[in-house]
Design a protein around this ligand. Structure first.
Ligand SMILES: [Zn+2]
Length: 535
């Protein structure tokens, strides 16, 4: 039976993936042996993975029906992808499945019927023609576990020789995975069933319903806390934290507190961002709970703090939803000198901040979501003046650059972040007559730049290299803010080498802004040990 499954997997990969193969081969020379190595490895991996998926539910009794379904499903998918140039991602599949009768009849054309017959008839006949050998139940189970394990091992091993190439391809063109048939529609179907079951728009669980400000701390000047959420910046490439190259010349000239031992919650924005604002954090990590509950900003807003989120990236992943939280995304119309039609340089955040500071009348938290070092197109993150390390990789296809060029481009982007952060602090400092200001910067996760053959980020946390989880964190306070909040800055400076993580953020911000609630845990508040008397 396993051999039959393997044959069908092979058939699907060979005949069902024309669009995928041409997308992968695009821009590669067929005369280059590296192309053949890459294609070969992809081929082995696809067959192994599909064998795994197809073999999983197949038993002696179900295999024939299951594989017939797969072959027919794949013939539909191949036809639709070729004719309509669609990708079978979850929303596309949702469309196909939920089309009404009229639309469906338009989709079910004679050409489709011919295609299905031509494509599926031979393999289906073959499936029903072969005789499956009958093994005793226990032996069959053992055999299957062994086969599944081997398939996984082969799949992983086959990507190893081309991992750099492969990860950058899949990152640059995420949608490519929806060309892999039948993996695409199986995955999409599964995803749709899951999200339906979870009822997507369920209201978030309220956190800190009892949140309020401590009345005694009302001071003459408004307090403004600026929280900069960095992107893909790893601590290892900040000269501030010991990197041999001078990538952060400006920050050390300011009275900053560099925290050198900070761990990210996850290795991707999707995981880290919700986690950074949640009361749960990595310590008791549960993705559904984190996404299903309110976080820091909702609690602050409920306590009466003005909350603003300015985004220079792909949105706030739900952490800025809710009443009392202002969201904006500057664009080309706002800053034609810093933006093109797709995106803006991070200096746009300094400009919006200036406006927000001028308008600040009550205590305010402003979150600035950076583009930072978002890869793989690092070279698009900095203006020409910051192209200091050269030659820099000037393409998102990292495989076309040397390791040195990739690092140069990445370091230029850090250099630019250093400038943007220093500009923000200088701006806050200049406003200290009118507002008491504080600043915290922390990156969402790190990045691999070719170390151990790894690129980009997103590895499972347990096996992720430290480069992907060790993030830079920087705190700065105006003397006025430190005084009215009773912070002993020298004490904080003495703790900058202590171990912290994203888990500290929720509690530290509530603490420093004097919000009381039962969800606040003083032991996770990094400011708490250095605050005296006052309240
Ligand atoms: Zn990220």
């Amino acid at each position: 039976m396993e051999s039959l499954v393997a044959l069908i997997a092979l058939y699907c990969v060979v005949f069902g993936n024309g669009p995928w193969w041409s997308a992968v081969a695009a821009g590669r020379s067929l005369g280059d042996p590296a192309t053949w190595l890459f294609m070969g490895c992809c081929f082995v991996m696809l067959v192994a993975l599909h064998f795994f998926v197809l073999a999983l539910p197949a038993t002696r009794w179900t295999a024939k029906a299951w594989l017939t379904l797969i072959v027919i499903g794949t013939s539909f998918a191949v036809y639709w992808m070729r004719t309509y140039a669609v990708m079978l991602d979850p929303s596309m599949l949702r469309n196909v499945v939920s089309t009404d009768k009229r639309e469906a009849s338009e989709l079910l054309t004679a050409a489709l019927a011919v295609n299905v017959v031509v494509w599926a008839v031979v393999p289906v006949a073959f499936i029903w023609w072969v005789r499956l050998d009958e093994r005793p139940l226990l032996r069959a189970a053992g055999f299957k576990v062994a086969a599944l394990t081997i398939a996984l091992v082969v799949a992983v091993a086959s990507v190893m020789p081309v991992s750099r190439d492969f990860t950058s391809l899949m990152r640059n063109q995420r949608e490519l995975r929806y060309l892999v048939t039948p993996g695409n529609y199986l995955y999409s179907l599964g995803r749709n069933v899951m999200t339906d079951a979870k009822a997507v728009n369920a209201p978030k669980v309220v956190v800190g319903a009892d949140a309020q400000r401590v009345a005694a701390v009302v001071s003459a000047k408004p307090k403004v806390f600026v929280f900069v959420v960095g992107e893909t910046a790893r601590a290892a490439n900040f000269s501030l934290f010991g990197y041999s190259r001078e990538t952060t010349p400006e920050l050390p000239t300011l009275e900053i507190l560099p925290f050198s031992n900070v761990k990210a919650c996850g290795t991707s924005t999707e995981v880290s961002l919700p986690c950074m604002f949640s009361p749960f954090g990595r310590a008791d990590y549960d993705e559904d709970q984190i996404r299903g509950s309110e976080g820091l900003l909702q609690v602050l807003a409920r306590a009466g703090v003005v909350v603003k989120w300015t985004d220079n990236q792909s949105g706030c992943k739900g952490v800025c939803d809710g009443p009392g939280i202002e969201y904006r995304k500057p664009d080309k119309a706002y800053a034609p000198d810093l933006c093109d039609s797709d995106e803006c340089l991070d200096e746009v955040l300094v400009r919006t901040l200036k406006q927000d500071l001028d308008a600040a009348s009550g205590d305010t938290v402003i979150v600035l979501h950076q583009m930072g070092n978002h890869g793989p197109a690092y070279f698009r993150r900095y203006p020409p003046a910051f192209r200091r390390f050269t030659p820099d990789c000037a393409t998102a296809e990292l495989r076309n650059c040397s390791a040195e060029e990739v690092v140069n481009a990445y370091d230029n982007a850090i250099l630019y972040t250093d400038h943007v952060l220093a500009d923000i602090i200088r701006l806050l400092s200049a406003q200290s007559q009118r507002v008491d200001t504080a600043f915290l910067y922390v990156s969402d996760h790190g990045e691999s730049l070719g170390e151990s053959g790894l690129y980009l980020h997103g590895l499972p946390y347990a096996i992720a290299p430290e480069l992907q989880t060790h993030v830079p964190m920087i705190v700065w306070m105006s003397p006025g803010f430190a005084a009215t909040s009773h912070v002993d800055v020298a004490c904080l400076r003495g703790r900058t080498r202590a171990a912290y993580s994203h888990d500290n953020l929720f509690h530290s911000l509530l603490g420093i802004l004097d919000v009381t609630t039962t969800v606040y845990k003083p032991e996770r508040d990094l400011f708490a040990p250095c605050r005296t008397g006052g309240t």
